[in-house]
Design a protein around this ligand. Structure first.
Ligand code: SAM
Ligand code: SF4
Length: 362
């Protein structure tokens, strides 16, 4: 059986065993790759349509207590100048998103668990709800926290939370993090977030040192088992001031890019009605990377609203794009790119996934 025939068979029968998913993630024949992409795109049109939803991304602080080996803003990177945007700056960015009809914002930062940080995030969530009359959707992406903290922020008005599991291979997780970063604690947090009532988003990095197609196949089955609403995945890209700076054992950028697109397509086929982000890390490898992500099956874009003066402080990996552009420039540039591939922007809508809407009680 050719690669194309086997790809067709797996997708038609929806026989998503881990071996079959690993096969789809490692296709070599261009025709088979294109069949996977086209099937995912058709599934996207049938479930979430061709509207792209924006989540205006506010990277409000690069202070972090953790030390993930891959991340440019890890606590032990003494070269990074640390910043926290003021309440006024955060609310101003959110107001801009509201006025531009973005529908939703994401507040993202390093991970801190101090009471002062908890209060600050809560205050920002309330402030954004107030300035938009409750109309701006709020996603948080601020790491592992206690149940009570998650609850307070949810009650303040945040309704989605992004916490990437990074990889579901325990062995890989242990190699990418110091010993006190606990895989089980991260998974517990994901379950807690669902229990508190959030729409839960998770995801992984692709092309990590030593990561195999089978590891990624298991990641996809984990997303299904966890019953998540949103997926954010992107290629791993080395940062020169981290322990993984040399990228040894990682996929070369172009291969990580191709595998990331395959992951988007596979996730769209397995979980047709979830939201999938086309992430900035794709654009870091290829100029039109985010458009390719949309054509592979993604339907969410997170335009960066972080003030230009802070962007250099939030470099998770080297060569992050758009470092010297402001939110207005990003807006014009993005809309043109989306229209050029025959899609449109779903302005003024929260853009929750049909999956989230279909769950009892939501
Ligand atoms: N601190 C929070 C957390 O870790 O969940 C949220 C912010 S963190 C910077 C957001 C994501 O950046 C992480 O989940 C990780 O997947 C991604 N990231 C960090 N370093 C990266 C790298 N070198 N290449 C690609 N993605 C990276
Ligand atoms: Fe901190 Fe998140 Fe980076 Fe880990 S990935 S070092 S928790 S900002």
């Amino acid at each position: 059986m050719s690669e194309l025939e086997r790809t067709r068979h797996i997708l038609e029968t929806r026989d998503f065993s881990e071996q079959n998913l690993a096969f789809l993630l490692d296709l070599h024949e261009p025709q088979a790759q294109e069949h996977l992409r086209a099937t995912a795109y058709a599934a996207k049109l049938a479930t979430v349509g061709n509207q792209v939803y924006y989540r205006g991304l506010i990277e409000f602080s690069n202070r972090c207590a953790k030390n993930c080996y891959y991340c440019g803003i890890r606590a032990e990177n003494a070269e990074v100048e640390r910043y926290v945007m003021s309440a006024g700056e955060i609310l101003e960015a959110a107001r801009w998103a509201f006025e531009m009809d973005y529908g939703s914002v994401v507040l993202q930062s390093g991970e801190l668990s101090s009471p002062a940080n908890t209060d600050f995030v809560e205050e920002m969530v309330r402030g954004i709800k107030d300035l938009s009359g409750g109309r701006l959707g709020i996603t948080l992406s601020v790491g592992e926290q206690a149940e009570d903290t998650y609850r307070r922020w949810y009650e303040a008005g945040a309704h989605r939370y992004l916490l990437r599991v990074e990889t579901t291979s325990r062995e890989l997780y242990a190699r990418l993090h110091p010993a006190d970063h606990d895989f089980d604690a991260r998974v517990d947090c994901l379950r807690l977030l669902g229990k508190v009532g959030y729409q839960v988003g998770t995801g992984v990095m692709i092309g990590l040192p030593g990561q195999t197609p089978l590891d990624l196949a298991r990641d996809v089955l984990f997303f299904r088992e966890l019953d998540v609403d949103m997926i954010g995945m992107g290629p791993f890209l080395p940062h020169h001031q981290t322990p993984l700076a040399d990228g040894e054992g990682a996929l070369p950028p172009q291969d990580a890019f191709a595998r990331a697109l395959a992951m988007i397509s596979v996730v769209r086929c397995v979980l047709p009605d979830v939201n999938i982000a086309s992430t900035t890390a794709l654009q870091a490898i290829e100029h039109t990377g985010r458009e390719k992500g949309l054509l592979a099956g993604a339907n969410i874009i997170m335009p960066n609203l972080t003030h230009t003066r802070y962007r250099t402080g939030y470099q998770l990996y080297d060569n992050k794009p758009c470092m010297d552009e402001n939110a207005q420039m990003c807006r014009g540039c993005l809309e043109g790119r989306i229209q050029a591939i025959g899609e449109s922007v779903g302005y003024g809508q929260w853009g929750d996934s049909p999956h989230a809407g279909s769950r009892p009680g939501t």
